[in-house]
Design a protein around this ligand. Sequence first.
Ligand code: FES
Length: 145
Amino acid sequence: MYSKKVMDHFQNPRNVGEIENADGVGEVGNAKCGDIMKMFIKVENDIIVDVKFKTFGCGSAIATSSIATEMVMGKTIQEALKLTNKSVAEALDGLPPVKMHCSLLAEDALKAALYDYAKKNDIVIEGLEDFEPRDHDHEEEHDHE
Ligand code: FES
């Protein structure tokens, strides 16, 4: 059911942890399952020089976030913004369809961290002007309406 790459990144996740004095921190929740992802970035001259993540999430969330950190490390902010949950899943040789939602955590947490970086530095990142982290509490409210 899971590719070798998924199993590898799940069992040996890369870049797990926190960055002290991170330039940007993003925390997002998954609307479908309530799992949580936190991403930390260090930025120098527009380049992501370090990135780490912590999650309270399933194996697919761990694997997608692990490979996502590898994909954006050393990249410019604009290059990192091209990362999507699809490109992350492809890099892992695919995810089972019922697990695709897990890969959203990696994309959203990275965007939230970049957004936080922009806010702290009073800059606007092209493509993130209207960014709003997906908010699962909000969606739950809608369910009750
Ligand atoms: Fe929640 Fe995968 S089941 S992120």
